[in-house]
Ligand binder design. Sequence first.
Ligand SMILES: NC(=O)C1=CN([C@@H]2O[C@H](COP(=O)(O)OP(=O)(O)OC[C@H]3O[C@@H](n4cnc5c(N)ncnc54)[C@H](OP(=O)(O)O)[C@@H]3O)[C@@H](O)[C@H]2O)C=CC1
Ligand SMILES: CC(C)(CO)C(=O)C(=O)O
Length: 297
Amino acid sequence: MTSRIVVIGPGAIGLCVGAALMAGGHEVTFFARQPFSTLAVGRKGQVAQVVAARVVTALDQLRASDWVFSCVKAHQVASVAEALRAAIGPRTQLAILQNGVEHLENVSPFVPANTVCVPVMVDMPATRQRPGIAEWGPHARASVPAGPAGEAFCALLAGSFLASNIRDDWRSQAWRKLCVNAPAGAILALTGQPMGVFHRPGIADLARAILAECIAVGRAEGAVLEDGILATQMHDFMTADPEAGNSMYEDWRAGRETEWNARNGVILRKGAAHGVATPVSAIVVPLLAAQHTGAPR
Ligand SMILES: NC(=O)C1=CN([C@@H]2O[C@H](COP(=O)(O)OP(=O)(O)OC[C@H]3O[C@@H](n4cnc5c(N)ncnc54)[C@H](OP(=O)(O)O)[C@@H]3O)[C@@H](O)[C@H]2O)C=CC1
Ligand SMILES: CC(C)(CO)C(=O)C(=O)O
């Protein structure tokens, strides 16, 4: 069945998930600040097919839809509040594609109280080259909580390149992803270097300390994080492509505000709520927060 879907925030993730939905025959409308007329999304290193894109830039062009996919960064949700309200009707389901663990908290002040919301953990390295043009790879995975809305989300993307699944313990999955994002995002944004920086003196120890705090706070929040996660995640960091970046690093390079609060501040905030000491995050978070200058580097 074809669904009418509004994608708010056609950035790296929004363009890629919009392309996956369009490939499945769904009617996708992008709500954007910058107009574009075509969509070219492909796997990294492969030629992307160019298709026409339906793009609106004004609130009065939005109508209540079957689905809204919020693909803005965590700190940008407030800025799309009017778009969310314009696109959400009584039967609309809202998918929140974000990193971090506060998907529902981030949107709840801006959507009708009874909106069916689906928090989405996205594991799809993606970059946007220009409006309408993005690439993803090497993998594209998403997971959502169990339930009818999660099932419906997965059905929208069935057969697409974005492999989506239900996770009974979705919260643990979101914290497991944060164990990737919190150390790597902070280290790359603070050093201004890609993943190879992890081999520079002292950097692995700093990453390990941030990771250990993330694990401790996640467990205090009820996430089930396996005993070996610290060693496994550190191994993944140390064996990553040295030229690989991440979205926090790309924001830093572009002079955009990073998701420091959703990905590192959250460890500080939730650690304090549980009485879990997070001394390294307490140093890293102010440094990340102070970075935003608005000027590309
Ligand atoms: N990129 C990646 O590899 C991954 C990202 N994620 C997560 O997914 C989420 C989205 O990230 P990503 O796609 O990389 O971010 P991007 O910065 O690429 O995209 C954000 C989009 O939101 C748009 N936007 C922001 N504010 C507004 C507004 N007021 N009105 C309309 N559009 C607006 C931006 O528009 P404009 O172009 O005008 O700035 C941009 O198109 C984040 O939480 C991120 O951490 C998760 C996994 C991987
Ligand atoms: C880990 C990675 C790169 C891909 O999922 C990511 O989450 C990001 O860039 O924000």
